[in-house]
Ligand binder design. Structure first.
Ligand SMILES: Cc1cc2nc3c(=O)[nH]c(=O)nc-3n(C[C@H](O)[C@H](O)[C@H](O)COP(=O)(O)OP(=O)(O)OC[C@H]3O[C@@H](n4cnc5c(N)ncnc54)[C@H](O)[C@@H]3O)c2cc1C
Length: 259
């Protein structure tokens, strides 16, 4: 029978620490986009999970900064906002959001600590080696008002790069009864999405609501729950997938891998 007995865990900070087995009647795997589930399901259950990955050259540089007046009231009034990627004409964008107010004697300061992100698709990556180089990139890759905004921003922390986001989906519904009867995937472990469209949190929230409905219905047996969930999750996930990937098909260097 396809049953997952539980999880084995050990402290990852102490190399060689002993592992412990934790048993459970029903296992919810929410270990994120790097979930090892496909690997051990293949090794332990001889199960090949059909998977699709879309690589669209996503990258970002995030940092915290204090914004100062630019002299342009329109730009200074944007406390939260930015410009989105609009493929294939513009493959780069930026976003600013306020984090908290700060005490300052400088009358040119906005008095707000902001989180700023410059991002791209199509591998047109913003540099993170220096703020000067990031500003140069901004000059040529973003509308001029965002260059002016960033030029008047004092960076207060590291420029943090991230280049690993992909769209990825696993087709569990098609596996039917071959899928373990007491085990489900949730969140990024099941689907990951282009962050630009904000489905990463919405998707697991919708799935959990559905899961809760199934669990609270008294007439389902535990052994049927993962199959019912996989069927219902499939249509929710596909909605989020369509929203998140439709534009990515226009990206010139898009690479799709089906396994
Ligand atoms: C740059 C970027 C920006 C994003 N912006 C947005 C946004 O604006 N809006 C939005 O909705 N979504 C956004 N997302 C997506 C969102 O962050 C994810 O969809 C969401 O975090 C998925 O949650 P999760 O719990 O499934 O996975 P995760 O948040 O990845 O959590 C999984 C957790 O499991 C832990 N874990 C993994 N393996 C093990 C193990 N073996 N033992 C113990 N623990 C383990 C990991 O350490 C991690 O803490 C963004 C993603 C990225 C990369």
């Amino acid at each position: 029978m396809n049953i997952v007995k539980g999880v084995t865990y050990r402290c990852k900070y102490n190399v060689g620490s002993p592992s412990c087995d934790l048993y459970g009647d029903f296992i919810v795997d929410c270990s994120g986009g790097n979930s090892s589930s496909t690997k051990w399901l293949n090794e332990g259950f001889d199960l090949i999970v059909p998977t699709e990955q879309m690589y669209y050259g996503c990258g970002s540089v995030t940092f915290i900064g204090e914004r100062f007046k630019t002299g342009d009231p329109m730009i200074d009034s944007i406390t939260m906002g930015g410009c989105t990627v609009n493929v294939p004409t513009r493959n780069t964008g930026m976003h600013v959001s306020p984090m908290r107010t700060i005490k300052t004697a400088n009358e040119n300061s906005s008095g707000i600590l902001s989180a700023l992100i410059c991002h791209c698709v199509n591998s047109e990556f913003p540099p993170n080696d220096s703020y000067e180089n990031l500003l140069e990139w901004t000059k040529t890759h973003l509308p001029s008002e965002y260059y002016v905004m960033l030029k008047s921003t004092k960076v207060l922390g590291p420029l943090v790069p991230y280049r690993r986001a992909i769209n990825q989906r696993k087709f569990l519904k098609s596996l039917g009864n071959k899928w373990p009867q007491n085990y489900i995937l949730l969140g990024d472990a099941l689907y990951t999405f282009n962050p630009q469209y904000g489905q990463g949190m919405t998707h697991p929230c919708r799935l959990v609501r559905e899961f809760n409905k199934i669990f609270n219905t008294n007439y389902h047996q535990l052994k049927d729950i993962s199959y019912i969930f996989n069927r219902r999750a499939s249509s929710i996930s596909e909605e989020c997938w369509l929203i998140s990937t439709a534009n990515d098909w226009k990206i010139p260097t898009l690479k799709v891998i089906r396994m």
